[in-house]
Design a protein around this ligand. Structure first.
Ligand code: HEM
Length: 403
C-alpha cells in the first residue's frame, strides 16, 4: 500500500516529528510524490536532487516574491515588506548590479584573509568555557558568527551584544509562516535600531575611512556605479539575516553529527586534514537552510506537471542532499565521503555569497573545540531542535566537557 503523502505543516518543523527528524518524511515525498502539490501552503514542493539542481540553475525563474500570484507561498510569506527587498529577493538587472558591487568582499581569497581573526574569535569564545555541562548553541554556535560578522563590519566590541539581540529579533519573524504579533513588534523595533546604527557607521566611514566591510561597501565601484546609503544598509541587514542563524545552525548541526558518530569525531581530531571534507559532509548531511524557492516566470511544464506563471516552487535542499540516486548510503554521516557536493548553498544566480565565510567559521570552530575538549559527549539535558520553517538547527544542545 502506498504511504500517505505528508503535506502542509507536516513538512515544516512546526510538526514535532518533522522537527526531530525530517529525513524519513522527506524520503516518502521524494520516492512517492517528488513534485508535490501542497495546497495548504499553496506551493509545489520538489525533493529530488536533479530536479532541484535544474530549478536552481534555471536563470529565468524569479526570486522577487512580489511577482508571485496572490495567495501563493512566496507572495504571502516573503512578499509583504513595503521596503525594497534585499538582493536575496531581487531579480535582474537589480540583482546583478547589487551582487557585482558586493561580491568582491566575499571571494575565497578575500575571505581567507580573515582566517586568523576567525580562529582568534573561536579560541576566545571556546577558551572561556569551563569543563562541565553547557549548551553548545548558547556558548559557541550562537556567539561565534555574530562576533565574526560584527568584527568584519568593523563594529565596536561594546556593541556586539546589542547587535546580536537586534539580529536575533529580526530573524525570528523574517522567514516564518506563523508570525507572533509580539515578535513582529520586537522585530520592527530591532530593524529600525539596526538601520539607524548602520547609517551612523556609514557616515563615520565616509568621513574617516576604514579597513572593514562597511568601508569596502562605501568604496565599492563597478562600471562607475556605487551603492547608495539605503543599499549599504540593506546589504548589512542581509549579511546578518542570511549569515548569522545559518552559520549557528551549521556549527550546531555539525557538533551534533560528530557526537552522534564518535568514531568520525575521533578521526577528525587525529587527522585535521579531513576538516574541509568534514564540513562539506555536515552541510550535506544536515543542511542549515532546508528549503529555498523560486517563482515560475511563465506557464511551464516540469516533467509532465503543469505549473502556472506566478506559482511558488519550493526546493527542499536537505532532501536533495539525501537523494539515494546520487549519494550511496545517504543517511550515513561519513567525513571521508568522496562526493560531498551538496545543494546547501543554493545555486545559480543567488548561490550563497557567504559560503566561504560559513565554511571557514565551521572549520575553525570544530578544530578549536576538538583540541580543547577531546572527549566531548552529550550532556544529561539533551537537545531540542528549532522550529523555523525552511531552516534546520538546534535551539539547545547540551554537552558534557571534561578536560
Ligand atoms: C552555513 C551557512 C549558510 C548557509 C547554509 C547559507 C545558505 C544560503 C542559500 C541556500 C542561499 C541561496 C538562496 C536562494 O537560492 O535564493 C544563500 C544566499 C545568500 N547568502 Fe547564505 N548561507 C550561509 C551563510 C551565509 C553567510 C555567513 C553570509 C554572509 C555573511 C551569507 C550571505 C548570503 C547572501 C548575501 C545571499 C544572497 C545572494 C544573492 O541573492 O545573490 N550566507 N545562502
Amino acid at each position: 500500500m502506498a504511504p500517505s503523502i505528508p503535506t502542509g505543516l507536516q513538512l515544516t518543523p512546526l510538526d514535532p516529528s518533522f522537527r526531530e527528524n525530517p529525513y524519513p518524511i522527506l524520503a516518502v515525498l521524494r520516492e512517492h510524490d517528488p513534485i508535490h502539490r501542497d495546497d495548504v501552503m499553496n506551493q509545489f514542493v520538489f525533493t529530488r536532487h536533479d530536479d532541484i539542481q535544474a530549478i536552481l540553475r534555471n536563470r529565468n525563474l524569479l526570486s522577487d516574491p512580489r511577482k508571485g500570484n496572490p495567495g501563493t507561498f512566496a507572495r504571502e510569506i516573503l512578499g509583504g515588506a513595503d521596503e525594497e527587498p534585499s538582493m536575496l529577493l531581487m531579480d535582474d538587472p537589480d540583482h546583478r548590479r547589487l551582487r557585482d558591487l558586493v561580491k568582491r568582499s566575499f571571494t575565497p581569497r578575500a575571505v581567507e584573509k580573515w582566517r586568523a581573526r576567525v580562529r582568534e574569535v573561536a579560541e576566545r569564545v571556546i577558551g572561556q568555557i569551563e569543563p562541565g555541562e553547557f549548551d553548545v548553541i548558547e556558548a559557541i554556535a550562537g556567539p561565534i558568527p555574530t562576533v565574526v560578522i560584527a568584527e568584519m563590519l568593523g563594529i565596536d566590541p561594546g556593541m556586539h551584544e546589542r547587535f546580536k539581540q537586534w539580529s536575533d529579533a529580526s530573524i525570528a519573524v523574517a522567514f516564518s509562516p506563523v508570525k507572533d504579533p509580539a515578535d513582529l513588534v520586537k522585530a520592527e523595533a530591532a530593524r529600525e535600531a539596526l538601520d539607524t546604527f548602520f547609517r551612523g557607521e556609514i557616515e563615520s566611514r565616509r568621513s574617516q575611512g576604514g579597513s572593514d566591510l562597511i568601508s569596502d561597501l562605501v568604496a565599492a565601484k563597478s562600471d562607475g556605479d556605487h551603492l547608495t546609503e539605503a543599499e549599504i544598509v540593506a546589504t548589512c541587514d542581509l549579511l546578518l539575516l542570511a549569515g548569522n542563524l545559518t552559520t549557528t545552525d551549521l556549527i550546531g548541526n555539525g557538533i551534533k553529527a560528530l557526537l552522534d558518530s564518535p568514531a568520525e569525531a575521533e578521526k577528525l581530531r587525529t587527522q585535521p586534514g579531513l576538516m574541509k571534507n568534514a564540513v562539506e559532509e555536515v552541510l550535506r548531511y544536515d543542511s542549515p537552510v532546508a528549503a529555498s524557492g523560486r517563482i515560475a516566470h511563465e506557464d511551464m511544464e516540469f516533467e509532465g506537471v503543469k505549473i502556472a506563471k506566478g506559482e511558488t516552487l519550493s526546493v527542499v535542499l536537505s532532501a536533495a542532499n539525501r537523494d539515494p540516486a546520487v549519494y550511496p548510503d545517504p543517511d550515513r554521516f561519513d567525513i571521508e565521503r568522496e562526493d560531498t557536493h551538496h545543494q546547501s548553498f543554493g545555486g545559480g544566480r543567488h548561490i550563497c555569497l557567504g559560503a566561504h565565510l560559513a565554511r571557514l567559521e565551521a572549520q575553525e570552530t570544530f578544530a578549536t573545540l576538538l583540541a580543547r575538549f577531546p572527549s566531548l559527549k552529550f550532556g544529561a539535558r539533551g537537545h531540542e531542535h528549532a522550529s523555523s520553517p525552511g531552516f534546520r538547527g538546534l535551539k539547545e544542545l547540551w554537552v558534557q566537557a571534561d578536560r
